[in-house]
Design a protein around this ligand. Structure first.
Ligand SMILES: [Zn+2]
Length: 322
């Protein structure tokens, strides 16, 4: 479930995607409308594919902070009116089947660990770079939730003590520098200073997006390249800290902006190596060599997600299976 659409898939216990549908969620029509549409689509797919088998249940990834025990949303910027409502219990009642609710970044990590870059890797972190930074920690093959499901908030780790103000109230959060929103903000700041002719021209030609800035960076525009170096620097700081604290075998980078990998990864790896004693001791000889993704248990692998935007669908489906 996203802020703008609802994607539903029927997935077998073996991890085969049978069908995937996308519904435009009219969030403005309210919670009950969205839940109604969601339940109709799940019923339709489960009846179509259950065959001689058994419908194990539904896993749902939602953007927001979830209380895993109660199945309620504590806070969601994208879904006003959903907080403190028994979302899971209501969907369970309508479907008559087991329902598991989880955070979208956590289900993406679970999917990637099941069938993607982290297949066979028991201990990993996944960062989802989008409008913010979603995060999840998988330990011993299970999502680590912390006390009440809030563990893995990498996006709000401080990387700049007096940095840019974040929606969470803190200053200098990682997602203020390494997300799609951050790329656009940094581009606007460069233009406001009147020092970025390439960006200014692109902005005059149409709406400036993270993708526009990425394309300019790949064409060699100095200002766009600097923005992605900053992006990579902050991501590197974040991963260096995470590597020092957790000494994991794998870090997976997903989300829409991860496709700008070529523009930020070199700086990210440099930063990790110079700032993390753990990473420096375990870095592969050429971290940018993507053919070598399987962890050897002696090397820290940082790699891109394989499942892309389907990671969340697979991970959500795995919830009632495991
Ligand atoms: Zn923050």
């Amino acid at each position: 479930m996203g802020g703008t659409n609802l994607r539903i898939a029927a997935i077998s216990a073996e991890g085969q995607m049978l069908e995937k549908i996308t519904l435009g969620v009219k969030v403005a029509l309210g919670r009950d409308h969205v839940i109604g549409e969601m339940c109709d689509a799940i019923k339709h797919l489960s009846e179509k594919y259950v065959g001689g088998g058994k419908f194990l249940g539904a896993g749902i990834g939602v953007p927001g902070i979830i209380d895993i025990k109660t199945g309620m949303m504590r806070k969601s910027a994208n879904l006003p009116g959903w907080a403190e409502y028994p979302v899971r219990d209501e969907i369970e009642r309508r479907l008559g089947a087991r329902v598991l609710l989880n955070n979208d970044a956590k289900v993406a990590a679970f999917g990637e660990q099941w069938l993607g870059a982290g297949r066979g890797v028991d201990n990993m972190v996944m960062l989802t770079l989008g409008t913010g930074i979603g995060g999840a920690i998988v330990l011993n093959g299970k999502i680590f939730y912390g006390m009440n499901g809030m563990a893995g908030e990498f996006g709000h780790v401080t990387v700049e003590p007096n940095g840019v103000l974040c929606g969470c109230g803190n200053r200098g959060c990682a997602e203020r520098y390494a997300s799609a929103t951050a790329v656009v903000r940094m581009a606007q700041e460069a233009m406001a200073a009147g020092l970025a002719p390439g960006l200014a021209k692109a902005a005059a030609d149409g709406e400036l997006s993270a993708l526009t800035v990425y394309n300019l960076a790949m064409q060699g525009d100095a200002d766009a390249r600097r923005i992605f170096r900053r992006f990579g620097e902050v991501l590197g700081i974040l991963l260096a800290d995470a590597a020092n604290v957790l000494n994991l075998e794998m870090f997976v980078i997903g989300g829409g902006v991860s496709s700008a990998w070529d523009a930020f990864a070199p700086t990210m790896f440099e930063e990790m190596r110079s700032r993390s004693i753990v990473y420096a001791a375990t870095a592969p000889e050429d971290p940018l060599d993507e053919k070598k993704t399987a962890s050897s248990l002696r090397e820290t692998v940082v790699t891109r997600s394989i499942l892309g935007s389907d990671a969340g669908l697979y991970g959500a489906a795995r919830l009632p299976i495991s």
